[in-house]
Design a protein around this ligand. Structure first.
Ligand code: GCU
Length: 591
């Protein structure tokens, strides 16, 4: 089809204006470790406007070309410096009441200055989380595009940064069927630059990532190290762990180095969250972190931490706060872990259904709680779409690189409640294989569904998992509670099962008989019946009931829920405990 020349205007005629940005995609391969690095923050007040028609992209506003080819000024509809300000990081839904339900493109703008500090230094922009797609523009050029609402990404700007710089970020929070997650989720879709934005300087040659852990099945007497260097093909690195008397020189070639070092660290556990100061240095650069050493593995139908069998006394948690949205802070995380450890007597938290902030696992290491971390391969993903798979695997890779040295992270989950179809089996088997290939020190799992026809635990994906997660809501969504007993009796799994979700809704303060839905008494009775069944089943080696706190969910709109999923054991005020809380804490006290 030919186009009559002269009246084609890209701003109003181009339909596929987004795909040219695909060539700027960044992901796990560009992600740099920031462990122990001195970074400079670009948080603060940025200019912001909503751009539902996406003129930033279709009109190339990011170029800020205000004059025509002859130098004559053109009328521009944008004026980045003059836009209202918004806090970064934040969720726009919580910052602006009028944006509470906004799920489209939000555009952020700020300037920053730059002076070189060291000859040959390299500079990066690093984003800890932008929901869902991020377009990054520096001084009128697109420099990056990233998919994934909950994982970090980095982009090198060494050759593009100037003395004064104009930085524009488009955050596109649209739900789309080929994304991960797709359009239908049971959690609130917050939008924005909701985690830190950092400016990172490195020498020409720097350590890009590292993995330090107890060498599996070494009798707790060897520490293994793998690392990658960027900007130098070969050289020497030094791993130092002063408290263990480790000061090991390790050669690296082909930009990679590895070593196994004799050492007998005090083992990390929830009861003894021992951390060591660890530093890896090469000439001119280093990474450092506080790292715990432990061994987590499955043996037969048992879950072992440091060789001792554990029952995973857990609870699920969303990254959702009534005031902060999907943002969180140290105080909130510490209180969550305190409640789980001290009041619930738990040792395990399932971080549902997507990677939570990096800070959560850092604090979990310190306070002593084991974590299940998950990518949002949730419900009906476009399992037959290769680009969707690449997105899922990239998010998994970014999560694993970010938290690879966290002792608290013991399970990587590749999804939740997915239909047992051929496409899903292939898609999630590949993800499970990716986990096993890249991390021999953790278990791979997924939250599977029960085979309701055969009335048993029988998901094909279980063959690819180390631990079978099972979500079941007998006594709630399936009112016939007696079915649970049949399912447990009919099943004969050859590996440990964790009941990864079980629960019922209750509005805090709503009381009645235990026959009445949405009362605390009904939720309490369900928990009593559930812990009785779960406690009596030998192959169930853990449980993480749904969920610690009530959380926002747009489909939950009846008079008891009013926009919140009310299966929490504690109200969304994070203070009011419901009666069922005590049932679970009493059960965990016995375990
Ligand atoms: C599912 C799902 C959760 C959801 C819960 C519920 O198991 O995994 O994300 O919130 O059920 O229906 O409350």
């Amino acid at each position: 089809m030919s186009t009559k020349p002269g009246n084609f205007n890209s701003e109003i005629h181009v339909l596929d204006y987004r795909s040219p940005f695909n060539k700027f995609r960044v992901g796990r391969d560009q992600l740099i470790s920031i462990d122990g690095r001195e970074t400079e923050s670009l948080n603060g007040l940025w200019n912001f406007y909503t751009d539902p028609i996406e003129y930033l992209l279709r009109g190339a506003w990011y170029k800020e070309s205000r004059y025509d080819g002859e130098g004559r000024e053109k009328p521009c509809d944008y004026d980045f410096e003059a836009m209202d300000e918004i806090k970064v990081p934040s969720c726009w839904n919580m910052e602006r009441p009028e944006l509470f339900l906004y799920e489209n493109l939000g555009v952020y703008f700020r300037t920053f200055n730059y002076e070189k500090h060291e000859e040959g230094e390299r500079v990066f922009l690093h984003f800890e989380g932008v929901s869902y797609r991020a377009y990054i523009f520096l001084n009128g050029e697109c420099i990056a595009m990233h998919d994934g609402a909950s994982t970090p990404f980095s982009v090198e700007i060494t050759d593009k940064v100037k003395k004064t710089n104009r930085l524009i970020v488009g955050a596109d929070a649209k739900r789309q069927d080929e994304r991960v997650p797709m359009t239908n989720t049971d959690w609130f879709n917050y939008g924005g630059i909701y985690r830190d934005v950092l400016f990172v300087r490195t020498p020409k040659a720097f350590i890009k990532d590292w993995f330090v852990r107890l060498s599996p099945s070494s009798g707790y007497s060897e520490i293994a190290l793998d690392f990658t260097v960027d900007g130098s093909e070969s050289g020497k690195a030094v791993l130092s762990i002063p408290e263990l008397g480790v000061n090991e020189t390790v050669e690296y070639k082909g930009a990679k180095g590895k070593a196994v070092i004799k050492a007998k660290p005090e083992l990390w556990s929830p009861e003894n969250p021992k951390l060591y100061d660890v530093k890896l240095s090469i000439d001119g650069d280093s990474l450092s972190d506080r790292i715990g050493f432990r061994e987590f593995r499955v043996e037969g139908d048992k879950i072992l931490l440091n060789g001792k069998e554990r029952f995973m006394k857990g609870i699920c948690v969303h990254e959702d706060h009534i005031d902060l949205g999907k943002c969180t802070d140290e105080e909130t995380i510490r209180e969550t872990i305190r409640v789980v450890k001290e009041e619930l007597h738990g040792v395990f938290i399932r971080l549902a259904h997507y990677p939570h902030t990096r800070l959560f696992a850092k604090i979990a290491d310190e306070m002593g709680i084991m974590l299940w971390e998950e990518i949002p391969v949730y419900w009906a993903i476009a399992f037959n779409n290769e680009k969707t798979y690449e997105d899922a695997e990239n998010q998994l890779g970014e999560l694993m690189r970010r938290d690879i040295n966290r002792a608290s992270v013991v399970i990587w989950s590749v999804g939740n409640e997915n239909p047992d179809t051929d496409d899903r089996f292939s898609f999630m088997s590949r993800l499970a294989g990716y986990v096993k290939e890249n991390d021999p020190t953790r278990a791979v799992s997924a939250a599977c569904l029960v085979d309701e026809v055969g009335e048993k635990i029988d998901d094909r994906l279980a063959d690819k998992l180390d631990i079978i997660g099972v979500n079941e809501y007998y006594g709630w969504y399936n009112p016939d509670f007696s079915k649970l007993g049949r399912v447990l009796r009919n099943s004969n799994p050859d590996k440990p099962v964790i009941i990864t979700e079980v629960g019922a809704g209750a509005r805090a303060g709503n009381h009645g008989t235990s026959d009445m839905l949405w009362t605390e008494e009904r939720q309490e009775l369900l928990y009593k019946k559930q812990v009785d069944q779960i406690g009596g089943c030998s192959y169930i080696k853990g449980v993480s009931p749904w969920i610690l706190y009530d959380f926002r969910a747009q489909r939950r709109v009846n008079r008891y829920q009013e926009g919140f999923n009310r299966k929490g054991l504690i109200d969304s005020d994070r203070k009011t405990h419901k009666k069922a809380f005590r049932v679970l804490s009493d059960f965990y006290k016995t375990k």
